[in-house]
Write a protein that binds this ligand. Sequence first.
Ligand code: GDP
Length: 434
Amino acid sequence: KPVVAIVGRPNVGKSTVFNRIAGERISIVDDAPGVTRDRIYAPAEWLGHEFNLIDTGGIDIGDEPFLEQIKEQAEVAIDEADVIVFLTSVREGLTDADEKVARLLYRSDKPVVLAVNKVDNQELRQDIYDYYALGFGDPVGVSGVHGIGMGDLLDEIVKHFPEEIDEVDDDRIHFSLIGRPNVGKSSLVNAILGENRVIVSSIAGTTRDAVDTQFIAADDSEFTMIDTAGLRKRGKAYENAEKYSVLRAMAAIDRSDVVLVTLNAEEGIREQDKRIAGYAHEAGRGIIITVNKWDTLKKDNHTLSDFENAIRANFAYLDYAPIVFVSAKTKQRLDQLPKMIQEVSKNQNRRIKSSVLNDVLMDAIATNPTPSTNGKKLRVYYATQVAIKPPTFVIFVNDPDLMHFSYERFIENQIRAAFEFSGTPIHIITRRRK
Ligand code: GDP
């Protein structure tokens, strides 16, 4: 999917415009940590064109001076985006900082769409012509707060999308390793390829910088591994912006059926691990928690179970994900990965017949009666699976407001107990029966 970045000096309203474009899909119902906070990456869609939106302003670059911040923001956008939205604001007029951003963007050969924000009424609209001076052609007047002009802006953005390249037919299971820097993703990629027979390797996408490698495992199963970690960008922006690795992770998640959320045994679990895992969960991908550098720990009888407990406590929302302890260095348990990836992929694609599903549902209700709210009792009529990848179930009830989170969780657990869904999130949607 094309990537669109919003760039501009502080206070022009980048986040507001970002939220407008990302729309409702931005309010995530999930309880995964880090999912709703600090959102800098969101899927969006306009007239059938899907794309990913990044708010480079959300990339925290620490205490760098103001100008450095703008510079690094622009660099990330120039490297990552297919289309850059250069946002300015009509309220403050053209500023020096706008001109500095413009100068940085001149250096890029990526298409730039100039937008003038805070055009909240007709009078202000006349002032947008001043922005021609920036040298990016026709400015598009918008109001993020009022949602004015967003359609025009989106039309202009999608016009610049690269021609869709026909993705070569590849029905192998696609997987990738994601994780913060230094957990050993590149080392694992190399170790996995060293252990298996590589068929072809190719660079996919124009700006995505992903290397796709097809290989055959010992049991003759075939995989496509997507590697965005290996091609690490140089430069200060990338080193400084910890959140930048989230962008890398998102690009990989986007194209994967299964992701190996990679942790570093030596350093333990960090906040950023949770954030990255949250994105994979939210995207509904198959997940295997892969603890690398297992060779570095001095082990006793408790080491493994202690680590496992720590993972379960820190990643409570990933209770469905299997855990594997590996070492890129000693190759420990790397041979188990192909089988695990296959299983998770199978579970992602599993379909349950409605009759069997409803038997499980009715049994569940019989053992744990539905809750009541204000004297009104939830009635559950029936359920049906409407999608795979991830398996998605619609439950028809008398009133969706009566479905408590904890009861939905109970139903999910009953479904998981009855059917093999390990490694895959499950989505449950509650609908009113018509
Ligand atoms: P990435 O940033 O996640 O791609 O991490 P790298 O693959 O570049 O690895 C970071 C560092 O950890 C390198 O110095 C590796 O040699 C080291 N490393 C990676 N995997 C292992 C492992 O399984 N055991 C040990 N002891 N070191 C490892």
